[in-house]
Write a protein that binds this ligand. Structure first.
Ligand code: F6R
Length: 244
């Protein structure tokens, strides 16, 4: 795992967008794995601005999202399909038939779909405060494939900010599995904010174990972590030496 220290959330977002654009320029028919949540919003904004100013084309790009809630329709403002449309897809020239989300009905066929596209060239990830990647909560097998997962109370609470009340947060989601994520050729993990400082410290200092899902990334040959100063605060305080 390589670490890039970003001066701010904006710089983290710009760097990530720059790497996505470079990837698309190198390979027009890139398969991009995408994440939702608060962290990548700035990156999607940079991608949108780049499209408006420089017209980087997404005509041949396919996207596969990491996860989707069970029980929310695509039109529901809290669904991840809606999020992607609002933050990115409606602003760029990606054909609607080239954007994919896992679903309850399709289950493991998502794996086949990803394989038929040629595999994920670049996967963008965020990390949960409990170390989850996608919605693979602590304790999930490192061999897991795409399927339905039960969300932990802490994840439902962390995501309740987008809903009218905690009761409305779905209890289940469909998530790309950890094994699926690990098959991506390249991975960028974005980490931002003080609330992620402890988990980032744990990620860099603890062993690879299923209790810390993101720790598996340490065994992948091509992972770049881009973290802002708030996210790095505990790591810098405790382990100043990793930056010398
Ligand atoms: C989202 C996803 C999740 C988030 C994680 C962090 O598609 O798979 O793993 O990346 O929960 O969420 P934020 O960025 O809202 O802190």
């Amino acid at each position: 795992m390589k670490l890039i220290e970003a001066a701010s959330y904006e710089k983290m977002s710009e760097k990530a967008a720059e790497l996505v654009i470079e990837q698309i320029k190198r390979k027009a028919n890139t398969v991009l794995g995408l994440a939702t949540g608060g962290t990548p919003v700035g990156m999607y904004k940079c991608l949108t601005e780049d499209y408006q100013n420089k017209q980087t084309s997404y005509e041949q790009v396919n996207t596969v999202n990491l996860d989707e809630y069970v029980g929310l329709s695509k039109e529901d403002p809290n669904s991840y399909a809606y999020y992607m449309k609002e933050h990115l897809f409606k602003h760029i020239n990606i054909p609607p038939g080239q954007t994919f989300f896992p679903s309850k009905e399709q289950g493991e066929q998502y794996e086949e779909l990803i394989a038929s596209l040629g595999g994920i060239d670049l996967q963008i990830l965020g990390i949960g405060e409990n170390g989850h990647i996608g919605f693979n909560e602590p304790g999930t097998s490192f061999h897991s494939k795409t399927g339905i997962v039960k969300l932990t109370d802490s994840t439902r609470m962390a995501n309740a900010r987008y809903f009218a009340s905690i009761k409305e947060v779905p209890t289940h989601a469909v998530s790309m599995g950890i094994a699926t994520i690990m098959q991506s050729k390249k991975i960028i993990l974005l980490v931002s904010g003080k609330q992620k400082a402890n988990i980032l410290h744990r990620l860099f200092t603890e062993d690879v174990k299923e209790a810390l899902p993101a720790s598996i990334l340490k065994t992948h040959p091509n992972v770049l972590v881009i973290a802002d100063q708030d996210a790095l605060s505990v790591l810098k305080e405790q382990e100043g030496s990793v930056f010398q």
